[in-house]
Design a protein around this ligand. Sequence first.
Ligand SMILES: [Mn+2]
Length: 325
Amino acid sequence: MNYPFAKEFTEIKNELEKSQRVLLVAHSAPDGDTIGSVFALKEYISSFLGKEVKVTCSNALPQHLKDFLAGENVTGPEELRLSSFDLIIGCDAVERGFEKIVSSKNENQKIILLDHHTTLRMKKIKPDITVSDEKYSSVCEILYDFFDFYRIELNRKMAEFLLLGILGDTGIFQHANTTPKVMEIAAKLMRKGASISKIIRLVFKNKRLETLKLWGRAMERAEINPKTGAIMSYVTKQDLEELHGDAEDISGVAEILNTVSGTKFSLVLSERGKGRVKGSLRSEEYKNVDVSEIARLLRGGGHRLSSGFEIKGKLAKDGDGWKIE
Ligand SMILES: [Mn+2]
């Protein structure tokens, strides 16, 4: 196997060995990949290297991951004493909240970023080591390479966490990032005891009735723009409050709308707190649209097939339709 990040892997291993206390940072509104990667790393750092390690995240663990994560916990950023960690590792979509938690570093601290988004950019912090390549399906795939590079025998827990991230970011092997290598890794993780059917049952077939009701409202409102091929809908603040919707629910709407035949991409606008409207964009490889370009025009970011942006304003009725004002 070839390891494009062999040099970085060596540096990461060095830093892990030198450190005493490690902090792992998941991105806000955490998904399967950020959760899978921080907890797989946590298991390695605590059980294999015998170091102290904590996981932090700006948001609570999402409801749909609760059963899968039984026994694991995250420490809220406000409970952390940042200066007590000598190594801080951000896993996945580090532009989503990493610098809110880690806004500065002292000279004894090292920072490592693991990501697979092209939009990775830091405003205040210069990381010591960065591994980021859009060719990877997920940060969990990067970590698999890291463990494989060092011939580390994965235990079942680590295999399950890595498979969670891969299943999440490939949409259970449906997205275009499902490469032969991803399938080979998944097979190897299964041999280490991870069960695809168990993860799918616990994580993906674990919907709340309210989620389906929220999807119902959004789907009822969906419209196709025949000129652009966009299929669009929206979710109001009221919908989210009444049905306790979260980011995962909204991304679910965008993904389902994107399956409507004849469409080029989907866009779901959702009203979030503090007078902000979030846009979630999805497309598919065969549709030949790079939604990250649309997101970037609106100062957002993401991948070619899955991106987002956030603008100030709120959704307001405009004749038959809606607008952001
Ligand atoms: Mn990811």
